[in-house]
Design a protein around this ligand. Structure first.
Ligand code: SAM
Ligand code: SF4
Length: 366
């Protein structure tokens, strides 16, 4: 598709090429090889974590990257700058547990100051958030997603091995008080583990004015935990929720449902059967109905690996380009080239079999 601007030069609207002499006010959209616009960078700042969620990391024997292999703050900023030059405006900081990164508030300030970063958000397990929530807001962070798979203290401890649900609930309040809302709560649903808590999580999120998203458990991470027995599809979650709520059809992705954010969740309303306000809830059908055809994300690992798709290990090291003396232009050109190679999507199979990846989300940058 192309159009002709006032200077008579042809522009490819998908952003693949721009005619000579044309200077757009905004950089062109970055597009991948399947002509999907890439708008959203998920940037891992560490592969370490203070929890060991059973589905994400084994308790022992995790081979963390040596510190020297992890990007320095200046390198992270260069990476962010490369993406904003390519038109990306939304950045999410993730990990591992990003709040474990020393001087994380300073890093947040540096990233927020990169021209073109319009929406800076954070994914965290919440444990270390309460004392620094306000500082993060002042440093330029706009929003947080907090992982909360269960409200039951014993179960939370068991699932995360080192976490405390009380601390995480405190983090939800601290984020709200600091103006880091609307807080999004991410709950991975594991059949036989927390699928009896779906309604309780909806009620809790509603009481806290938080936006809950139920995530299908993906065959990524610790071997042996994911199976067709622990997997629960969004359809099955909705059937379970229907005991307590009238479940309305999903309205669409965030921008279609009028919800802040650009992630993969599709949103719908649940009306309590006993009466009361409808509650907006997001569902991430990562496995049962792949949303790969609308994927707008790119990930960078803590060591600067470009991760085009979370289901496959990336091949390109932005760190190596930078450490071998590459210029900012070299970095942007390498990103464009790599994204142009990106394939159509993952091949997870809810019945088992299919492709699974053992590179954990803590390394990929979930
Ligand atoms: N430590 C932070 C946290 O827990 O929010 C950020 C990183 S964590 C890898 C990001 C998200 O990935 C969490 O919400 C976590 O539940 C999710 N996650 C990890 N492994 C997953 C899997 N196999 N399937 C679905 N979600 C997963
Ligand atoms: Fe850590 Fe987040 Fe993985 Fe849990 S899901 S082990 S909190 S990185």
């Amino acid at each position: 598709m192309s159009s002709t601007p006032t200077n008579g030069t042809a522009i490819d609207l998908a952003g693949l090429s721009i005619g000579r002499g044309f200077r757009p006010e905004r950089p062109p959209a970055l597009v991948d090889g399947e002509r999907r616009a890439v708008k959203y960078l998920r940037l891992s700042v560490t592969d370490r974590c203070n929890f060991r969620c059973r589905y994400c990391m084994p308790d022992e024997g995790v081979a963390f990257e040596p510190r020297a292999a992890v990007l320095e703050f200046e390198e992270i900023v260069r990476v962010v700058r490369a993406f904003t030059r390519l038109g990306i405006t939304r950045v999410r900081l993730t990990g591992g547990e990003p709040l474990l990164r020393r001087d994380f508030v300073d890093l947040t300030r540096m990233i927020a100051a990169v021209p073109g970063v319009e929406d800076l958000s954070l994914s965290t397990n919440g444990f270390l958030l309460p004392p620094i929530a306000r500082e993060l807001r002042d440093a330029g962070l706009r929003r947080v997603n907090i992982s909360l798979d269960t409200l039951d203290p014993g179960r939370f401890r068991d699932l995360t091995r080192y976490g405390s649900v009380e601390r995480v609930l405190e983090a939800v309040d601290a984020a709200n008080d600091a103006g880091l809302g609307p807080v999004k709560l991410n709950a991975v649903v594991i059949r036989g583990y927390n699928d009896d808590e779906l309604s309780a999580l909806v009620r809790y999120a509603h009481a806290k004015r938080a936006l809950l998203r139920f995530i299908e458990f993906m065959p990524i991470g610790v071997d042996g935990f994911w199976s067709d027995r622990t997997f629960m599809s969004v359809d099955d979650m909705m059937a379970r929720l229907a005991d307590d709520f009238i479940v309305h059809p999903l309205r669409g992705f965030a921008h279609e449902a009028g919800v802040v954010g650009g992630g993969p969740a599709r949103y719908g309303l649940l009306t309590p059967r006993g009466g009361g306000e409808p509650v907006e809830v997001g569902f991430i059908t990562a496995v049962s109905q792949s949303f790969c055809s609308t994927c707008n994300r790119v990930r960078v690992t803590a060591t600067g690996g470009l991760q085009e798709c979370l289901a496959y290990p990336g091949q390109l090291s932005l760190r190596d380009i930078m450490r071998q003396g590459g210029s900012d232009d070299d970095v942007t050109a390498a990103i464009e080239r790599a994204l142009f190679q990106k394939g159509p999507g993952h091949q997870f199979d809810p019945r088992g079999g299919g492709v699974r990846t053992c590179q954990t989300m803590s390394v990929t940058g979930g």
